[in-house]
Design a protein around this ligand. Sequence first.
Ligand code: ADP
Ligand code: MG
Ligand code: ZN
Length: 596
Amino acid sequence: MNKKKDNKSKDKKIWISLISLIVLLAVLIGVTVFLMNDKEKKDENTLAYTDLIKELSYGNIEKVEMTVGSTTIKVKQKNGEEEKTAIVPNTESFIGLVQEKVAEGNQIELIQKPRSVFAQIPAFIISFLPTLIMLALFVMIFKMQGLGEKGKVYDDTERKTKIKFDDVAGLDEEKEELVEIVEFLKKPEKFTKMGAKIPKGVLLYGKPGTGKTLIAKAIAGEADVPFISMSGSEFIEMFAGLGASRVRKLFEKARKLAPCIVFIDEIDAIGSRRSSNSGAETENNQTLNQLLVEMDGFSSEETIIVLAATNRPEMLDKALLRPGRFDRQITIPTPDLKGRLEILKIHAKDKRVADDVNLESIAEDTAGFTGAELANILNEAAIIATKNKHEDIENSDIEEAVKKVTVGIEKRTRVYSEKDKKLTAYHEAGHAVVSRYLPTQTNVKEVSIIPRGVTGGYTMYKSDEDKYYISKTEMQEKLIALLGGRAAEKLVLDDISTGASNDIEVATKIARDMVTKYGMSENLGPIDFQGKEPYEIQMFGENIGDKIGQEVKTLIDTAYHDAQTLLKEHRDKLDSIAETLLQKEKINEEDFKKFF
Ligand code: ADP
Ligand code: MG
Ligand code: ZN
């Protein structure tokens, strides 16, 4: 009920701000026009002081208008139609002159006006007026933004969520762990009577799109308590101290609404390790400190549970993980085969999916995809089906959507030269042929030289059944397959192109991980070098950095060499597949197998 009231007063505030803004703008324009006009008039209608004295002595002046304290005067000449302005060096002596003339019998109307408001303001302020108004405008805009943001935190419509655990597919074990939190929120007394301490904070670790926000909302939905959320990056402010005050406000609200859930997304933005002393860092520390103070502050009777999400747990300040803070941590993994199927099923529910669509096979083809990506695929499929004027979403629409999401949209209209085409054909054929002869590599699903997204062509592999471990041999062979494209270019055209840049990037990362993360280098042994500063790895020997580099290079060189050897050996296959690609642009799994 007070939902409406809150919204109304918020609306009112925004209106007032808007109207003030418009008024300010009008004033700004008015003043600018006024100042400009004034200046123009001056240019056209000024009378030099010497001329003024002459005119005065000739008896040609009819009216003099002066403002106290100003040396700018207005005069009207007898024959002149308009008033002119003049600047007099000394107003008193000028008045004396005029009075002399009047005494001589000249008819001069002398008007002396009191100080004008404008005249009272020093000239430099007037010239700064537009700037001042601009400044005022900026302040206004900032305030309005503040209003908007406050609205977000306090927005009552956001408070209750209808999302339930059933809307979260897979993640069964994680849900099981979180059911307890729901119970805490529903019946805190039950636990406190027993002497149990209610947990304060739960950290959710996981890649973007794995459903962290979704599951946090589901907890609130299951417990039927308000859900207040904010993202860590919103706390990072250019004005020092604002981040901390936002945290304070967030918890003030939470206390009023308790029992409730506070969700802090991207907590790494405020809670990263307090190491250096740069400006931004100090601000973050204030924000982080405030968060710690708030979490330590509320008693367990208040039943506020803080959920936070991050995809970079290693970045977090250890202080956040102490008891009484985020002492529970739950990893939200990318879904496995079963999870993917369930996610696809959930998101297919509200779409017109044809009966013969095989979600199982799509789940099989999408190893490594997150929930968000799978949801996206079905959405893309619906768009593609609409474009294709299909009755329902068909298998082909979904397959097209998978490709669109993974390699980009097909760009049949992109024109490219015969030379480029040949290069692409050999590059892709190179990947495909090489991987065909590598036992650990999966089957080729499709080879194409139709440009998609930013790539000229692509080779798609059958996706792996979900695996927990990858062997060294497998990684070495992956390197060979990745470099097969470049190797074919070199072998056939004796020239190399930029087309392999992504392959090289991926290969380098894999080789580096093999050496520094997985301890797969015989010479360096199973030591974790990843992400360490030079001084940290120095203890493993002198020039250890050089040795790491050397090992990575050896892995890449060997793989490139092996790829070339394989291609030389099977040159006939390479040629015929490249030829076929040039003719047909695409080869599917079945046709590909026929070459061997
Ligand atoms: P995160 O917060 O981890 O980045 P989100 O919770 O924002 O991910 O997920 C984005 C979207 O992806 C969700 O709104 C939902 O549509 C879909 N999604 C992700 N994981 C799942 C899941 N396990 N079950 C159902 N949908 C999911
Ligand atoms: Mg999220
Ligand atoms: Zn390639």
